[in-house]
Design a protein around this ligand. Structure first.
Ligand code: UPG
Length: 366
């Protein structure tokens, strides 16, 4: 991407846009500013994931690797005590001082991109991350524009017949759906522990995962005898499914996911109970936001290595699916209030309107 700089510069010179929005192309302001073009750095991870590490207050010294000890305390002025990483989890952020492209680290790339822009934009909303967004604005001395969740409101395609038919065979709110996003590839033992956890819930389940390391299909990685044992109530699928449409199906009662930022919003918009097993640094912070601050989800207990046992997974799922469970009722109630807000008429479109207004004002400000 960095090597396309000359081509991007030519396009910008020829097209003369009012704005250029970018994410990791930290050099965009250097190209656009001399041409009088405004720039917006748009982030599609949560404000929490930026605020805890990608800020000047971290003082990461060029050429010196950041240590777990340095990361274990949040940066000066960080405004949350619950949306934080615990113990060994800080290791998930060590990558920021590693090279990310030629001659630049992830930290420098992100910070240079935010220092150079005219405004920082984040795919978030004030209702959830106000203090964190304000902190980022103060750290960089820039306006912060929020786009809201930006999810499709209507133009959905019908759910593929294969899944619609299968899900129709179960009672409302009874099926556990699990999807781990587009990135995560598990080790075979992790995948086996995970599916055994679903088996031991005794509930119907649909699990969507990429084949694990070293396997070309998901089927060859399943534990012995697993498919026969769960026949008729459990499916493990190695392909892509329509996640949004599946979450909308009345039979789905629980959504187990890694709390990637896309799935976080989609789970909040859904009617399901939410169980989280984060893996990457930003997913852990999103999980804290959901489980500790909003109290709309439960987090599966994990060990030092960041992995969990089948018992922990099964207990977390049964805990929220059990109609008499106190925790289950509490998160259901909180979740339904957030869902009501996020789905309320004009909530998403008013964020977009406000975003355009902010852009207009920025453009008018010569
Ligand atoms: O079979 C599938 C699997 C996924 N999805 C969709 O794909 C997206 C997945 O997004 P997300 O849940 O954020 O997972 P990842 O794609 O793995 O997310 C990466 O990017 C996110 C930022 O956008 C980060 O928060 C995550 O940590 C990082 O893993 C969602 O819209 C899902 O609806 C499908 O439609 N079908």
């Amino acid at each position: 991407m960095d090597r396309t700089r000359d081509q991007v510069e030519k396009i910008i010179r020829d097209q003369k846009p009012d704005f250029v929005m970018y994410d990791m192309a930290y050099w965009i302001p250097e190209v656009a500013r001399p041409l009088g073009i405004k720039t917006i750095k748009y982030s599609v991870v949560s404000a929490a994931a930026i605020a805890i590490v990608l800020v000047p207050a971290r003082n990461v010294v060029e050429g010196k690797a950041i240590t777990a000890a340095e990361l274990s305390a949040p940066p000066t002025g960080y405004p949350s005590t619950s949306v934080v990483l615990r113990g060994h989890e800080v290791r998930s952020l060590l990558f920021v001082s590693q090279p990310y492209g030629e001659g630049i680290t992830f930290y420098e790339r992100a910070c240079t991109g935010m220092k150079g822009c005219d405004a920082i934009a984040i795919r978030s909303c004030y209702e959830m991350e106000e203090k964190l967004c304000d902190y980022i604005g103060r750290q960089y001395g820039k306006p912060v524009f929020l786009t809201g969740p930006v999810l499709p409101e209507s133009t959905r395609t019908p759910l593929e017949d294969r899944w619609a038919q299968w899900l129709n065979g179960f009672e409302a709110g009874s099926v556990v759906f699990c999807s781990f996003g587009s990135q995560l590839i598990l080790e075979k033992e992790q995948l086996q522990e995970l599916v055994l956890g679903f088996e031991s819930t005794g509930l119907p389940f649909l699990v969507v995962l990429k084949p694990p390391v070293g396997s070309s299909t998901i089927e060859e990685a399943l534990p012995e005898g697993f498919e026969e044992r769960v026949k008729g109530r459990g499916v493990v699928w190695g392909g892509w499914v329509q996640q949004l449409e599946i979450l909308d199906h009345p039979s789905i009662g629980c959504f187990v996911n890694t709390c990637g930022f896309g799935s976080m919003w989609e789970s909040l918009m859904s009617d399901c109970q939410i169980v989280l097993v984060p893996h990457l640094g930003d997913q852990i912070l999103n999980t804290r936001l959901m489980a500790e601050e909003l109290k709309v989800a439960v987090e599966v207990e994990r060990d030092e290595k960041g992995w969990f046992t089948k018992e922990n997974l099964s207990n977390a799922i049964k805990g929220v699916m059990d109609k008499d469970s106190e925790v289950g009722s509490m998160i259901k109630k909180n979740h339904s209030e957030w869902r009501k807000l996020l789905r309320s008429e004009g909530f998403m479109s008013s964020y977009i309107d406000k975003f355009f207004q902010n852009m207009q004002e920025l453009a008018d400000h010569k």
